[in-house]
Design a protein around this ligand. Structure first.
Ligand code: HEM
Length: 210
């Protein structure tokens, strides 16, 4: 879970930074989208590196889900009878937020690809420039789309906060003296990603980016 999670966190950091290019103007954003597809050209054909990244991402998502399911099965087999007294409310909350959050994020990503990658549910469609799709997609008249992104990105933030913290524990970094710092780091990384991801949709909906 930690390795595939780390791959996705790296993708999210890069994706968030790339999205922020919309603040430098539509041309800058389109150039960036074009660069993603032509990386490694002319040594490799159009879209080679991007396709590799996409394959790595799909494999990571599948393995991450497989690991989550097998870990939860293993925990169930280890103790088929439920605890009479739950250890803490927090553990139940974390399990719920990870399970339902993960499924919500997956559904969001499918819808997000139909919107901004394939243009199927976007007013500008597939043939428009990436920046035009993005600006039209978050137009004030489609405030509900921005709302969906807001909810989904907050879910991503909560998922990451717990996921990164769990990864620190898996790596054996957590101990009593470091716990506070590690928890804070996981929270900070999640907060930066949530703010960075939400800035473009909100700026477009409120007319700051046109
Ligand atoms: C909330 C703000 C977000 C915005 C404005 C945004 C914007 C975009 C855009 C414009 C594309 C298409 C890129 C292109 O075709 O050149 C894209 C692709 C993608 N986004 Fe997002 N995104 C956001 C959040 C997220 C989140 C939170 C995730 C994951 C949890 C995510 C996952 C993806 C994936 C997997 C792709 C496809 C990458 C590829 O195959 O090329 N995005 N996004």
């Amino acid at each position: 879970m930690a390795v595939t999670g780390a791959v996705m966190v790296l993708f999210l950091i890069g994706h968030m930074l790339g999205n922020l290019k919309i603040f430098l103007g539509r041309d800058s954003f389109n150039e960036y989208a074009h660069a993603l597809r032509t990386l490694a050209e002319p040594l490799a054909p159009y879209r080679t590196l991007l396709t590799i990244v996409e394959i790595v991402l799909v494999v990571s998502v599948v393995l991450h889900m497989w690991a989550a399911i097998s870990l939860s099965r293993r925990a169930h087999h280890a103790r088929p009878v439920k605890y009479v007294a739950k250890k803490s409310q927090a553990a139940g909350y974390a399990t719920h937020i990870m399970r339902f959050g993960g499924i919500t994020i997956l559904l969001f990503v499918i819808w997000h690809l139909l919107d901004l990658t394939f243009g199927v549910v976007n007013p500008k469609g597939f043939d428009a420039a990436p920046a035009d799709r993005m600006v039209a997609g978050f137009d004030a008249s489609r405030w509900w789309v921005t709302l969906i992104y807001l909810v989904a990105v907050v879910m991503v933030g909560l998922h990451l906060r717990h996921g990164v913290w769990s990864a620190f524990q898996t790596l054996g970094w957590a101990n009593r003296s470091r716990n506070r710092t590690l928890r804070l780091s996981a929270g900070l990384l999640s907060a930066v990603l949530v703010i960075g991801f939400l800035a473009p949709p909100l700026a477009i909906t409120f007319g700051v980016v046109k």
